[in-house]
Design a protein. Structure first.
Length: 326
C-alpha cells in the first residue's frame, strides 16, 4: 500500500492504529478550523495526549502533509469503522462558520483525491446528501463526513455543500486517465461507426483540446444534451462542433446512441415567433421565424444553455426548448 507522492512534509503521529483492518474505499474530508500550515498541523497531531490525527492535511498554502501512512488507520472521524476504511484529509479553513477553504487548498484537495483514487482502485467518488446512505455505503456512496459520527459541524458547510462538486471534478479527472493503478470506469466498451450521437447526462463534463486528460480543458462545458461525435480515439469523442473532445468512457456520464443518420425525430412548434438560426446558438444570425407546425429534426447540438435542432428542410436551427418532441 503506497502513500501519495504529492506530500511535501511528513511527521508521523503516534495517534494511529497499525495496520488498518479494512481496504481503502472511502474518503473523509475534514476542516481544521484554523488557517494553519502543514507543519503546524504536524505539531497538533504530535502529542499522544492529543488522541487525534489524520492521514493527510492540506495547509493554507496548498502544501500537503502526511501524518498517518495509508496502511494505518488515523484517529480522525470519531468512528473506528469509518477510519479503518477511509483516507482522512484535514483542510486548513477559516475559524468561523461556514469554515471556508481557499482556492489553493481546494485545488490541492482535488489533486490529492484523484491520486488516492488512482492508487487504491477507487473507480469513482459517490456523494450523497443522505446520512443513512453515507454511513451504510449504499448505492456506491464512498464519501463520509465527521458530522455523521459526532455532534460536530465538520467539515463545515463550505466543504459540505461542495462535496458533490468535488466528486464530479475528481471523477472528470479520473475519466480517461492513464496514470495510477485504478481500473477504468464502467465503460462503453464499443462505439458505433462515426458519426454517432451521445447523450450527456451531467451538466459539467469537461471539453478538452485533445483525446485525453493530459490535454487542457477549453474552459467550456457541454451541458446536458445530445451531441454528434465524428471521431473516436482512446475512449474520447471529438465533437462535431469543433469545440474539442469529451470522455466517452463512463456510462454514468455519457450515453452512446446510434448512428447520427438514425437520429431524426419530429417536434411540434406551438409558438409563432420561434427564431430560425443559421447555426446552433444565439450567436448565429436569424433566418426568419418558424411557423406553428410539425418539423423533422436531423441533428442536435447544445450551446448557450439551449438544445438546438437542425431542421430537415435546411432552413437552419431552432431552440428545442420551445418545441415539443413527438
Amino acid at each position: 500500500m503506497s502513500n501519495s507522492s504529492l506530500v511535501s512534509y511528513t511527521r508521523i503521529s503516534p495517534n494511529k492504529t497499525s495496520p488498518r483492518n479494512h481496504s481503502i474505499d472511502t474518503i473523509t474530508i475534514h476542516c481544521v478550523v484554523g488557517q494553519v500550515t502543514v507543519e503546524r498541523l504536524g505539531e497538533i497531531f504530535a502529542p499522544s495526549s492529543r488522541q487525534a490525527s489524520s492521514n493527510y492535511g492540506i495547509g493554507l498554502d496548498g502544501k500537503i502533509g502526511m501524518y498517518v501512512e495509508e496502511k494505518d488507520r488515523s484517529w480522525c472521524s470519531s468512528n473506528s469503522t469509518n477510519d479503518n476504511r477511509a483516507i482522512t484529509i484535514e483542510c486548513a479553513s477559516d475559524t468561523t462558520d461556514p469554515y471556508a477553504i481557499n482556492d489553493k487548498v481546494y485545488a490541492a484537495l482535488i489533486d490529492l483525491c484523484v491520486d488516492i483514487c488512482q492508487r487504491n482502485g477507487i473507480k469513482k467518488l459517490v456523494w450523497s446528501t443522505d446520512k443513512n446512505t453515507r454511513v451504510n455505503h449504499l448505492n456506491g456512496c464512498n464519501m463520509t463526513v465527521h458530522r455523521d459520527y459526532a455532534a460536530k459541524s465538520c467539515p463545515g458547510d463550505y466543504i459540505y455543500n461542495r462535496l458533490g462538486q468535488i466528486a464530479d471534478e475528481v471523477n472528470a479527472r479520473l475519466c480517461g486517465g492513464n496514470t495510477g493503478t485504478t481500473t477504468p470506469p464502467a465503460s462503453n466498451t464499443s462505439f458505433p461507426q462515426t458519426p454517432f450521437t451521445v447523450q450527456v447526462t451531467v451538466p459539467d463534463l469537461n471539453i478538452r483540446k485533445g483525446a485525453g486528460t493530459n490535454y487542457v480543458a477549453t474552459g467550456k462545458y457541454t451541458g446536458k444534451g445530445t451531441f454528434t461525435i465524428t471521431e473516436v480515439k482512446n475512449g474520447w469523442g471529438k465533437l462535431k462542433s469543433g469545440a474539442g473532445w469529451i470522455c466517452l468512457e463512463n456510462a454514468d456520464w455519457v450515453k452512446v446512441n446510434g448512428s447520427a443518420s438514425d437520429t431524426s425525430f419530429k417536434v411540434q412548434v406551438s409558438i409563432t415567433n420561434l427564431n430560425i438560426r443559421k447555426g446552433p446558438g444565439t450567436n448565429y444570425a436569424t433566418n426568419g421565424y418558424c411557423p406553428k407546425g410539425v418539423y423533422t429534426i436531423t441533428d442536435t447540438q447544445s450551446a448557450g444553455g439551449y438544445t438546438w435542432g437542425k431542421l430537415k428542410s435546411g432552413a437552419g436551427w431552432i431552440a428545442l426548448d420551445y418545441a415539443e418532441k413527438l
